[in-house]
Design a binder for this molecule. Structure first.
Ligand SMILES: Cc1ncc(COP(=O)(O)O)c(C=O)c1O
Length: 380
Protein backbone atom coordinates (compact mmCIF):
# COMPACT_ATOMS: atom_id res chain seq x y z
CA UNK A 1 0.00 0.00 0.00
CA UNK A 2 1.31 3.47 -0.85
CA UNK A 3 1.08 5.56 2.30
CA UNK A 4 2.82 8.59 0.85
CA UNK A 5 0.94 11.87 0.56
CA UNK A 6 2.05 15.47 -0.08
CA UNK A 7 3.40 17.72 2.65
CA UNK A 8 1.03 20.51 3.60
CA UNK A 9 3.79 23.15 3.46
CA UNK A 10 6.71 23.10 1.00
CA UNK A 11 9.82 21.29 2.17
CA UNK A 12 13.04 22.76 0.81
CA UNK A 13 16.54 21.31 0.90
CA UNK A 14 17.51 23.73 3.61
CA UNK A 15 16.24 26.44 5.92
CA UNK A 16 18.55 29.05 7.46
CA UNK A 17 19.55 28.52 11.05
CA UNK A 18 17.96 31.44 12.91
CA UNK A 19 18.90 32.45 16.44
CA UNK A 20 16.56 33.73 19.12
CA UNK A 21 15.54 37.22 17.94
CA UNK A 22 15.86 38.67 21.45
CA UNK A 23 19.49 37.59 21.53
CA UNK A 24 20.05 39.37 18.21
CA UNK A 25 18.31 42.52 19.42
CA UNK A 26 20.48 42.61 22.54
CA UNK A 27 23.66 42.32 20.52
CA UNK A 28 22.43 44.83 17.93
CA UNK A 29 21.95 47.32 20.76
CA UNK A 30 25.74 47.16 21.25
CA UNK A 31 26.19 48.03 17.57
CA UNK A 32 23.71 50.90 17.82
CA UNK A 33 25.47 52.18 20.93
CA UNK A 34 28.85 52.07 19.22
CA UNK A 35 27.50 53.79 16.08
CA UNK A 36 30.07 51.72 14.19
CA UNK A 37 28.49 49.77 11.33
CA UNK A 38 31.38 48.58 9.20
CA UNK A 39 35.14 48.93 8.50
CA UNK A 40 36.69 46.54 11.02
CA UNK A 41 34.42 47.47 13.93
CA UNK A 42 34.44 45.86 17.40
CA UNK A 43 32.03 43.02 16.45
CA UNK A 44 34.10 42.28 13.36
CA UNK A 45 37.27 42.10 15.42
CA UNK A 46 35.65 39.84 18.01
CA UNK A 47 34.16 37.56 15.37
CA UNK A 48 37.41 37.29 13.43
CA UNK A 49 39.25 36.20 16.58
CA UNK A 50 36.59 33.67 17.62
CA UNK A 51 36.27 32.19 14.16
CA UNK A 52 40.01 31.66 13.97
CA UNK A 53 39.72 29.47 17.06
CA UNK A 54 36.64 27.60 15.84
CA UNK A 55 38.19 26.85 12.44
CA UNK A 56 41.59 26.12 14.08
CA UNK A 57 43.50 28.31 11.62
CA UNK A 58 46.44 30.66 12.20
CA UNK A 59 45.15 33.50 9.99
CA UNK A 60 41.70 34.59 8.88
CA UNK A 61 40.08 37.54 7.11
CA UNK A 62 36.34 38.12 7.07
CA UNK A 63 34.47 39.08 3.89
CA UNK A 64 31.05 40.28 2.78
CA UNK A 65 30.56 37.05 0.79
CA UNK A 66 32.46 33.99 -0.35
CA UNK A 67 32.73 34.91 -4.03
CA UNK A 68 34.46 38.24 -3.36
CA UNK A 69 36.69 36.46 -0.85
CA UNK A 70 37.76 33.99 -3.54
CA UNK A 71 38.38 36.79 -6.05
CA UNK A 72 40.63 38.46 -3.48
CA UNK A 73 42.38 35.14 -2.75
CA UNK A 74 43.42 34.89 -6.42
CA UNK A 75 44.52 38.55 -6.42
CA UNK A 76 46.52 38.18 -3.24
CA UNK A 77 48.48 35.24 -4.67
CA UNK A 78 48.88 37.13 -7.99
CA UNK A 79 47.49 34.20 -9.97
CA UNK A 80 47.40 34.55 -13.75
CA UNK A 81 47.34 32.45 -16.91
CA UNK A 82 45.55 29.11 -16.42
CA UNK A 83 44.19 27.58 -13.23
CA UNK A 84 43.11 23.95 -13.02
CA UNK A 85 39.70 23.48 -11.42
CA UNK A 86 36.63 21.25 -11.33
CA UNK A 87 33.53 21.48 -13.52
CA UNK A 88 31.36 19.98 -10.74
CA UNK A 89 30.84 23.03 -8.56
CA UNK A 90 28.79 26.18 -8.00
CA UNK A 91 29.19 28.82 -10.78
CA UNK A 92 31.21 31.08 -8.47
CA UNK A 93 34.28 28.83 -8.65
CA UNK A 94 35.17 29.28 -12.35
CA UNK A 95 33.60 32.76 -12.49
CA UNK A 96 36.07 33.97 -9.88
CA UNK A 97 38.88 32.94 -12.20
CA UNK A 98 37.35 34.86 -15.10
CA UNK A 99 37.04 37.96 -12.87
CA UNK A 100 40.80 37.66 -12.43
CA UNK A 101 41.37 37.31 -16.18
CA UNK A 102 42.41 33.69 -15.63
CA UNK A 103 41.36 30.81 -17.89
CA UNK A 104 39.73 27.91 -16.05
CA UNK A 105 41.03 24.50 -17.10
CA UNK A 106 38.51 21.81 -16.21
CA UNK A 107 39.86 18.57 -14.81
CA UNK A 108 37.68 15.46 -14.35
CA UNK A 109 36.47 14.40 -10.91
CA UNK A 110 36.87 11.38 -8.67
CA UNK A 111 33.95 8.95 -9.06
CA UNK A 112 33.50 8.52 -5.30
CA UNK A 113 34.29 11.88 -3.65
CA UNK A 114 33.13 13.88 -6.71
CA UNK A 115 36.05 16.27 -6.02
CA UNK A 116 38.76 17.09 -8.55
CA UNK A 117 40.66 13.89 -9.34
CA UNK A 118 44.17 14.54 -8.02
CA UNK A 119 45.51 11.74 -10.25
CA UNK A 120 44.42 13.62 -13.37
CA UNK A 121 45.74 17.09 -12.48
CA UNK A 122 49.30 16.48 -13.66
CA UNK A 123 48.23 15.73 -17.23
CA UNK A 124 46.45 19.12 -17.39
CA UNK A 125 49.50 21.21 -16.37
CA UNK A 126 51.12 23.44 -19.01
CA UNK A 127 53.64 26.31 -18.78
CA UNK A 128 50.63 28.66 -18.38
CA UNK A 129 49.35 26.91 -15.25
CA UNK A 130 49.82 28.93 -12.06
CA UNK A 131 47.52 27.19 -9.57
CA UNK A 132 44.97 24.55 -8.68
CA UNK A 133 41.56 25.74 -7.47
CA UNK A 134 39.95 22.69 -5.86
CA UNK A 135 36.55 22.48 -4.17
CA UNK A 136 35.62 20.35 -1.16
CA UNK A 137 32.31 19.52 -2.81
CA UNK A 138 29.44 19.01 -0.35
CA UNK A 139 32.05 19.30 2.43
CA UNK A 140 33.89 16.11 1.45
CA UNK A 141 37.62 16.83 1.75
CA UNK A 142 39.69 16.74 -1.42
CA UNK A 143 42.76 14.52 -1.53
CA UNK A 144 44.75 17.40 -0.04
CA UNK A 145 47.98 15.41 0.28
CA UNK A 146 48.06 14.35 -3.39
CA UNK A 147 47.08 17.85 -4.56
CA UNK A 148 49.86 19.46 -2.51
CA UNK A 149 52.31 16.90 -3.83
CA UNK A 150 51.61 17.73 -7.47
CA UNK A 151 51.53 21.48 -6.73
CA UNK A 152 54.92 21.34 -5.03
CA UNK A 153 56.42 19.40 -7.91
CA UNK A 154 55.32 22.03 -10.44
CA UNK A 155 55.59 25.15 -8.26
CA UNK A 156 51.83 25.80 -8.30
CA UNK A 157 49.70 27.59 -5.72
CA UNK A 158 46.74 25.75 -4.20
CA UNK A 159 43.48 27.51 -3.39
CA UNK A 160 40.57 25.64 -1.84
CA UNK A 161 36.95 26.60 -2.29
CA UNK A 162 35.81 25.36 1.12
CA UNK A 163 32.37 27.00 0.81
CA UNK A 164 30.70 23.79 2.03
CA UNK A 165 33.36 22.70 4.48
CA UNK A 166 32.78 24.65 7.70
CA UNK A 167 34.38 22.76 10.59
CA UNK A 168 35.61 19.90 8.41
CA UNK A 169 38.75 18.07 9.41
CA UNK A 170 40.69 15.56 7.35
CA UNK A 171 43.50 13.36 8.60
CA UNK A 172 42.94 15.14 11.91
CA UNK A 173 43.82 18.48 10.25
CA UNK A 174 41.53 21.51 10.05
CA UNK A 175 40.46 21.94 6.43
CA UNK A 176 41.20 25.69 6.45
CA UNK A 177 44.90 25.04 6.92
CA UNK A 178 45.28 23.15 3.63
CA UNK A 179 46.83 24.74 0.55
CA UNK A 180 47.82 28.41 0.33
CA UNK A 181 44.35 29.86 0.98
CA UNK A 182 40.89 28.44 1.71
CA UNK A 183 37.59 30.24 1.22
CA UNK A 184 34.54 29.65 3.42
CA UNK A 185 31.08 30.91 2.48
CA UNK A 186 28.64 32.10 5.14
CA UNK A 187 25.69 32.39 2.78
CA UNK A 188 22.28 31.78 4.37
CA UNK A 189 22.10 28.30 2.82
CA UNK A 190 25.21 27.20 4.69
CA UNK A 191 25.22 25.33 8.01
CA UNK A 192 26.99 28.29 9.57
CA UNK A 193 26.06 31.65 8.09
CA UNK A 194 25.94 35.42 8.50
CA UNK A 195 23.07 35.84 5.97
CA UNK A 196 25.77 36.73 3.42
CA UNK A 197 29.42 36.48 4.28
CA UNK A 198 32.64 34.61 3.94
CA UNK A 199 36.24 34.26 5.07
CA UNK A 200 39.69 33.44 3.81
CA UNK A 201 41.99 31.30 5.93
CA UNK A 202 45.71 30.87 5.39
CA UNK A 203 48.97 29.99 7.11
CA UNK A 204 51.25 32.72 5.74
CA UNK A 205 51.02 35.64 8.19
CA UNK A 206 52.48 37.96 5.53
CA UNK A 207 49.35 37.52 3.42
CA UNK A 208 47.09 39.07 6.05
CA UNK A 209 47.91 42.71 5.38
CA UNK A 210 47.71 42.26 1.59
CA UNK A 211 44.34 40.52 1.81
CA UNK A 212 42.98 43.14 4.20
CA UNK A 213 44.14 45.94 1.90
CA UNK A 214 42.61 44.22 -1.13
CA UNK A 215 39.22 43.94 0.58
CA UNK A 216 39.22 47.65 1.49
CA UNK A 217 39.95 49.36 -1.86
CA UNK A 218 43.71 49.15 -1.20
CA UNK A 219 43.40 51.99 1.33
CA UNK A 220 46.45 51.94 3.60
CA UNK A 221 45.76 55.19 5.44
CA UNK A 222 44.10 58.55 4.87
CA UNK A 223 46.74 59.58 2.36
CA UNK A 224 47.80 56.34 0.67
CA UNK A 225 45.94 53.92 -1.64
CA UNK A 226 48.48 51.25 -2.49
CA UNK A 227 46.64 48.77 -4.74
CA UNK A 228 43.44 48.46 -6.78
CA UNK A 229 41.32 46.77 -4.14
CA UNK A 230 37.62 46.06 -3.93
CA UNK A 231 34.93 46.37 -1.26
CA UNK A 232 34.95 42.95 0.41
CA UNK A 233 34.32 44.07 3.97
CA UNK A 234 32.00 42.25 6.36
CA UNK A 235 29.78 44.66 8.30
CA UNK A 236 28.95 44.74 12.01
CA UNK A 237 25.45 43.28 11.59
CA UNK A 238 26.81 40.27 9.74
CA UNK A 239 29.47 39.86 12.43
CA UNK A 240 26.79 39.94 15.15
CA UNK A 241 24.88 37.21 13.36
CA UNK A 242 28.05 35.14 13.13
CA UNK A 243 28.99 35.62 16.78
CA UNK A 244 25.55 34.47 17.90
CA UNK A 245 25.24 31.54 15.50
CA UNK A 246 28.63 30.13 16.49
CA UNK A 247 26.87 29.11 19.71
CA UNK A 248 24.17 27.22 17.78
CA UNK A 249 26.33 25.11 15.48
CA UNK A 250 26.98 22.06 17.65
CA UNK A 251 23.29 21.64 18.44
CA UNK A 252 22.39 21.99 14.76
CA UNK A 253 25.01 19.39 13.82
CA UNK A 254 23.57 16.96 16.38
CA UNK A 255 20.11 17.35 14.87
CA UNK A 256 21.48 16.85 11.37
CA UNK A 257 23.41 13.75 12.44
CA UNK A 258 20.15 12.30 13.76
CA UNK A 259 18.40 13.08 10.47
CA UNK A 260 21.28 11.56 8.50
CA UNK A 261 20.98 8.36 10.55
CA UNK A 262 17.24 8.32 9.82
CA UNK A 263 17.80 8.73 6.07
CA UNK A 264 20.34 5.91 6.16
CA UNK A 265 18.06 3.63 8.14
CA UNK A 266 15.04 4.27 5.90
CA UNK A 267 16.92 3.92 2.62
CA UNK A 268 19.09 0.99 3.64
CA UNK A 269 19.07 -1.74 1.02
CA UNK A 270 17.14 0.32 -1.54
CA UNK A 271 18.77 -0.73 -4.77
CA UNK A 272 20.07 2.15 -6.88
CA UNK A 273 20.28 4.72 -4.04
CA UNK A 274 23.56 5.45 -2.35
CA UNK A 275 24.83 8.17 -0.03
CA UNK A 276 27.55 10.26 -1.49
CA UNK A 277 30.24 11.21 0.81
CA UNK A 278 32.50 9.56 3.28
CA UNK A 279 32.47 12.85 5.20
CA UNK A 280 28.96 12.18 6.42
CA UNK A 281 30.09 8.93 7.97
CA UNK A 282 32.62 10.68 10.14
CA UNK A 283 35.27 8.21 9.01
CA UNK A 284 38.47 8.12 11.08
CA UNK A 285 40.24 11.49 10.98
CA UNK A 286 37.31 13.10 9.14
CA UNK A 287 34.93 15.60 10.72
CA UNK A 288 31.85 16.29 8.64
CA UNK A 289 30.33 19.68 7.83
CA UNK A 290 26.77 18.23 7.76
CA UNK A 291 26.21 20.79 5.02
CA UNK A 292 24.17 18.77 2.53
CA UNK A 293 22.56 15.39 2.36
CA UNK A 294 23.36 14.05 -1.05
CA UNK A 295 22.14 10.85 -2.63
CA UNK A 296 23.05 9.30 -5.94
CA UNK A 297 20.42 7.58 -8.02
CA UNK A 298 21.49 4.84 -10.40
CA UNK A 299 18.70 4.81 -12.98
CA UNK A 300 19.32 1.22 -14.06
CA UNK A 301 19.16 -0.16 -10.52
CA UNK A 302 16.53 2.17 -9.06
CA UNK A 303 14.31 1.94 -12.12
CA UNK A 304 13.76 5.71 -12.31
CA UNK A 305 16.12 8.54 -13.21
CA UNK A 306 17.34 11.32 -10.91
CA UNK A 307 15.35 13.80 -13.03
CA UNK A 308 12.19 11.73 -12.61
CA UNK A 309 12.67 11.68 -8.83
CA UNK A 310 13.32 15.44 -8.75
CA UNK A 311 10.09 16.17 -10.70
CA UNK A 312 7.94 13.64 -8.79
CA UNK A 313 9.07 15.00 -5.42
CA UNK A 314 7.57 18.38 -6.38
CA UNK A 315 4.11 16.76 -6.53
CA UNK A 316 4.59 15.99 -2.84
CA UNK A 317 5.63 19.57 -2.06
CA UNK A 318 9.29 18.50 -1.68
CA UNK A 319 11.86 20.67 -3.46
CA UNK A 320 15.20 18.97 -3.94
CA UNK A 321 18.19 20.34 -5.89
CA UNK A 322 20.19 18.86 -8.76
CA UNK A 323 23.50 20.27 -7.51
CA UNK A 324 25.68 20.92 -9.57
CA UNK A 325 23.72 20.55 -12.77
CA UNK A 326 24.61 21.62 -15.38
CA UNK A 327 28.37 21.22 -15.17
CA UNK A 328 30.22 24.56 -15.29
CA UNK A 329 32.00 23.30 -18.42
CA UNK A 330 28.59 23.28 -20.17
CA UNK A 331 27.78 26.94 -19.47
CA UNK A 332 27.76 29.07 -22.62
CA UNK A 333 30.70 31.09 -21.25
CA UNK A 334 32.92 28.00 -20.84
CA UNK A 335 31.78 25.36 -23.30
CA UNK A 336 34.17 26.55 -26.04
CA UNK A 337 37.23 25.82 -23.88
CA UNK A 338 39.18 22.74 -25.03
CA UNK A 339 39.09 21.30 -21.47
CA UNK A 340 35.27 21.50 -21.50
CA UNK A 341 34.93 18.66 -24.00
CA UNK A 342 32.87 15.78 -22.65
CA UNK A 343 35.67 13.40 -23.68
CA UNK A 344 37.85 15.15 -21.06
CA UNK A 345 35.20 14.92 -18.33
CA UNK A 346 33.52 11.48 -18.52
CA UNK A 347 33.10 11.01 -14.75
CA UNK A 348 31.72 14.51 -14.20
CA UNK A 349 29.16 13.91 -16.96
CA UNK A 350 28.04 10.66 -15.34
CA UNK A 351 27.91 12.03 -11.77
CA UNK A 352 25.99 15.18 -12.67
CA UNK A 353 23.06 13.06 -13.87
CA UNK A 354 22.87 11.03 -10.64
CA UNK A 355 23.21 13.48 -7.77
CA UNK A 356 20.29 14.86 -5.78
CA UNK A 357 20.39 17.01 -2.63
CA UNK A 358 17.46 16.17 -0.39
CA UNK A 359 15.98 18.16 2.53
CA UNK A 360 18.44 18.43 5.39
CA UNK A 361 18.28 20.95 8.22
CA UNK A 362 17.77 20.82 11.96
CA UNK A 363 14.17 22.08 11.76
CA UNK A 364 13.08 18.89 9.95
CA UNK A 365 11.64 16.19 12.16
CA UNK A 366 12.56 12.51 12.07
CA UNK A 367 8.96 11.93 10.98
CA UNK A 368 9.43 14.31 8.03
CA UNK A 369 12.50 12.39 6.91
CA UNK A 370 10.72 9.06 7.26
CA UNK A 371 7.93 10.40 5.07
CA UNK A 372 10.36 11.76 2.47
CA UNK A 373 11.99 8.31 2.30
CA UNK A 374 8.61 6.56 1.99
CA UNK A 375 7.74 8.87 -0.87
CA UNK A 376 11.08 8.24 -2.55
CA UNK A 377 10.68 4.48 -2.27
CA UNK A 378 7.18 4.72 -3.75
CA UNK A 379 8.69 6.08 -7.00
CA UNK A 380 10.33 2.77 -7.88
C1 LIG B 1 31.18 25.83 -3.98
C2 LIG B 1 30.81 27.26 -3.80
N1 LIG B 1 31.74 28.20 -4.07
C3 LIG B 1 31.47 29.51 -3.92
C4 LIG B 1 30.25 29.95 -3.48
C5 LIG B 1 29.99 31.42 -3.35
O1 LIG B 1 29.80 31.81 -2.03
P1 LIG B 1 28.90 33.10 -1.66
O2 LIG B 1 27.48 32.75 -1.98
O3 LIG B 1 29.13 33.29 -0.20
O4 LIG B 1 29.40 34.22 -2.48
C6 LIG B 1 29.27 29.01 -3.19
C7 LIG B 1 27.96 29.52 -2.77
O5 LIG B 1 27.13 29.11 -2.17
C8 LIG B 1 29.53 27.63 -3.36
O6 LIG B 1 28.61 26.70 -3.11
Amino acid sequence: MNTSYPFEKPIYITRPLLPDLNEVKKKLQEVWDSQWLTNNGPQHQLFEGKLKEVLKVPCLSLFNNGAIALIVACQSLRLSGDVITTPFTFPATPHVLMWNNIRPIFCDIDPVTMNIDARKIESMITPQTTAILAVHVFGTPCDVVAIQHVADRYGLKVVYDAAHAFGVETGGVAIGTCGDISMFSFHATKLFHTAEGGALTFKDKNLKSRIDLLKNFGIKNEEEVVMPGINGKMNEIQAVMGLILLEYIEEEKKKRKNLLDTYKKCLKGVEGICFCSSAYDNAPGIKSSYQYLVIRIDEKLFGKSRDYVYEEFKKYNIFTRKYFYPLCSDYTCYRQLPSSSSANLPIAHKVVKEVLCVPFYGGLSVGDVERICTILKSFR
